[in-house]
Design a protein around this ligand. Structure first.
Ligand code: GDP
Ligand code: MG
Length: 409
């Protein structure tokens, strides 16, 4: 059933009835406005809801829906398929609806005035009824039979199952060297900027995965561009991830929508996740603690060296040590409060770690100060400042980073 065209409502939501209700009842509905949130309290009517985002895939969608249906029916799982089409000029939504009419549990959402792969997936999930949500490309490049492998890997302890090209048995069938390089380069960049997120899976660029509903329903997803998996791993409470191999097949019909703009979008996405407010709060605290430690280090030095008249090396050593201790205490009690492991043993282990890392650099600082004063005849305060800027500041930043590396920030 295909409705006749309706103008989008200025308020952004379907003009007649709740769009979620509408979409549940009819094989084809129009979804207006921005994506509704994923409902964490939804009563799961099926086990798996698999979303198929499409744009100009009319030549591929029919075959894919039939294959998926066959594969999933054979698994004995209750499931639904949700095609989310962005009002494709080739009328993919109509082609999908024609097939959906013959396939139980298959719905088609046609978004008007919106585009974007990641937001289309969220839209599909928002209308889904499954305990487990998933996504698969609509062009046939993701082998449908792998959906059954992913499903069997989704046990009660697992939150996300990713189809990966980079585990044994996986691969890409006909990518040019250039595209392989681009994909690996994008992954390396992601690892650099978001090691704790991108490093959790071998194929963070995968667009074929399953995720438990409660993981995404409680996460503040803010998808941009193409890489919805990144968003899920970065913002969801994901404890355990599993991977299953797949071979990225040749595209038989239609064209890839990936353009240079998507790579720019990917960069923006990485930066956005990097500067995620929660994380940046920890990062700000981390930098502030370093600054406070350096200020205290200097103040202690001035006090005992200038006022108390202690000798240079001893003053610089005691001042440095007070900065180190302050860093450990503030990071533990404030920067990473509630996130770092808090047992007494963990605290002692961290204190020893910081002490070894920063203590050895404190020795280097004392040597530098002595060389500057005794050989180059600089004034003690000038030598102290140079050593502080060159050695202590970097050692605080890097040493603490290593010690707290298990803690996300
Ligand atoms: N709904 C929707 N689907 C999209 C959009 N862009 C791409 N897709 C679909 O997402 C899937 C992957 O896109 P594709 O261009 O094949 O990416 P590639 O396989 O990485 O080259 C395909 O099913 C596309 O039709 C979009 O803006 N909206
Ligand atoms: Mg494709």
């Amino acid at each position: 059933m295909i409705d006749k065209p309706v103008e989008p409502h200025p308020g952004g939501v379907g003009p007649f009835r709740n769009p979620i209700e509408q979409a549940r009842e009819a094989p084809v509905e129009r979804v207006f406005g921005s994506n509704p949130p994923i409902d964490p309290t939804a009563d799961p009517a099926v086990h798996l809801s698999l979303v198929v985002p499409t744009f100009n895939e009319s030549a591929n969608i029919g075959q894919l829906l039939h294959s998926l249906h066959e594969v999933l029916t054979a698994t004995d799982t209750t499931f639904e398929l949700i095609v989310v089409d962005d009002d494709s000029p080739d009328q993919t939504w109509a082609a999908a609806a024609a097939v959906a009419a013959d396939l139980p549990n298959t719905r088609v959402l046609r978004r008007i005035g919106e585009s974007g792969l990641a937001t289309a997936v969220i839209c599909g999930w928002a209308h889904a009824r499954g305990t487990v949500l998933g996504v698969i490309d609509g062009d046939g490049q993701h082998p449908p039979e792998v959906a059954a492998d992913l499903l069997s890997a989704m046990d009660s302890l697992t939150d996300v199952v990713v189809a990966s090209r980079h585990v044994p048995g996986g691969g890409v069938s006909n990518w040019s060297t250039f595209r392989r390089l681009l994909s690996r380069g994008a992954q390396a960049l992601g690892l650099l900027l978001l090691p704790g997120t991108v490093g959790r899976v071998t194929d963070p660029m995968s667009g074929f995965f399953l995720v438990r509903r409660d993981v995404v329903a409680t996460a503040e997803l803010d998808p941009v561009g193409y890489k919805i998996l990144l968003e899920v791993l970065a913002r969801g409470e994901v404890r355990r991830v599993a991977e299953r191999p797949y071979v990225f097949l040749r595209r038989e019909e239609g064209e890839s929508k990936v353009s240079a703009g998507h790579y720019v979008g990917y960069l923006r996405h990485l930066m956005r996740l990097r500067l995620h407010p929660l994380r940046s709060k920890a990062l700000m605290r981390y930098l502030l603690v370093t600054v406070v430690a350096l200020v205290v280090d200097t103040a202690v030095f001035l006090w005992i060296f200038d006022r108390q008249g202690w000798n240079l090396t001893r003053s610089a050593a005691i001042a440095g040590e007070s900065g180190i201790l302050l860093t450990v205490v503030l990071h533990d009690l404030w920067t990473f409060a509630g996130r770092a492991a808090r047992s007494a043993l963990d605290r002692i282990r961290r204190l020893i770690g910081v002490q070894i890392a920063l203590g050895s650099l404190l020795v280097a600082r004392l040597l530098v100060i002595n060389v500057l004063v005794n050989w180059l005849h600089l004034r003690p305060l000038a030598a102290f400042c140079i050593a502080l800027a060159a050695i202590t500041s970097t050692s605080h930043l890097l040493g603490s980073r290593l010690t707290w590396r298990g803690v996300r920030h």
